[in-house]
Ligand binder design. Structure first.
Ligand SMILES: C[S@@+](CC[C@H](N)C(=O)[O-])C[C@H]1O[C@@H](n2cnc3c(N)ncnc32)[C@H](O)[C@@H]1O
Length: 293
């Protein structure tokens, strides 16, 4: 079915109100997007919804909807009346699921590691192949923060090692570590849905027996040979003592989810405990890594 999308410019005070207006006018779905560039917004469970200062509120309408009438009505109630900032777009009628599947290809990280969607042929059956389909939790390999961690894991000798994946999301890093030879991985996430996704993905790869999953409140005290944490700079700063506790002496640590301008501060914090490596950069994201003293 073809659709019409109406975009309204908003801010943190008006976003919710405009969303209600669009729903009341018959929008089938309303979405908020960042009109500037605040790369990741990750609310904690129970957090109040926070809107960006420059938000676009998008309403999706059936193509047969009378948009002239809707625009006239919205202008009549909008605070800027004659200067209401909006944009109308006709969306092509596509098979959206097909389109999305066509765009998701196997991806290689480092020398040996591939992440492959289940509907594609595995490009190299002799490589280390993690089968993973996009789902409810973050982590498919397409984001630079994940890619930086996957490449780092590929460069380690993980055979027989223990690993902690702090902020496991889809479990992508846990699965990669296990397929690269780790004997046991502990995955931790504040989002119960992420733990479910990690479990299902591990089962699909036949390695669920070596992956233990925990919410932070239940996390065991454990010393791992390798710790990887792809969460954002804020939690990496606040949780530094907790994360570092998981690293065994001489163990290796990688931190991701950090923007270039945040790297120095985190490098300084973690160098209290670790011999830090040079920073790795992909797009505007960096990976910090080091060896615990
Ligand atoms: C950017 S995603 C990374 C997912 C996956 N590890 C990857 O590399 O693609 C960050 C994950 O960390 C989780 N997370 C955020 N804050 C956390 C915290 N304080 N403790 C544990 N997990 C946290 C989020 O729920 C999310 O699943």
């Amino acid at each position: 079915m073809p659709w019409i999308q109406l975009r309204l410019s908003a801010n943190e005070d008006t976003s919710e109100k405009y969303s209600d207006w669009l729903s009341a006018c018959g929008a089938q779905a309303v979405t908020f997007i960042d009109a500037q560039d605040t790369p990741i917004y990750e609310p904690l469970p129970g957090d109040e919804v926070i809107y960006w200062h420059n938000t676009v509120v998008m309403g999706l309408f059936d193509a047969s909807h009378d948009m002239d009438k809707t625009i006239t009505y919205l202008k009549s109630i909008h605070p800027d009346k004659n200067n209401m900032a909006y944009k109308l777009e006709q969306l092509e009628d596509k098979d959206w699921e097909r389109e999305w599947m066509d765009n998701f290809h196997p991806m290689k990280f480092g020398e040996r590691l591939w992440i492959c969607p289940s509907w594609r042929e595995v490009p190299d059956p002799t490589a280390v192949n993690v089968m993973l389909d996009p789902g409810l939790a973050f982590g498919t390999g397409t984001h630079p923060t994940t890619a930086l961690c996957l490449t780092w894991l590929d460069g380690l000798d993980l055979v027989g090692k223990t690993v902690v994946d702090f902020g496991c999301g889809s479990g992508i890093l846990s699965l990669a570590a296990l397929k690269l030879g780790a004997k046991k991985v502990i995955g931790i996430d504040i989002d119960p849905q992420a733990l479910q996704a990690s479990k299902a993905n591990a089962e699909r790869n036949g390695i669920a027996d070596r992956l233990a999953l925990f919410l932070p409140k239940d996390q065991p005290s454990f010393k791992a040979d390798v710790v990887v944490a792809n969460i954002l700079a804020g939690p990496l700063r606040e949780l530094a003592p907790t994360i570092i506790e998981f690293v065994a002496p001489n163990g290796q640590l990688a931190l991701s989810g950090v923007l270039e301008e945040q790297a120095n501060e985190l490098q300084n914090i973690y160098s209290q405990w670790c011999e830090m490596d040079a920073i790795a950069v992909q797009d505007e994201w960096v990976r910090l890594s080091g060896k615990k003293n």
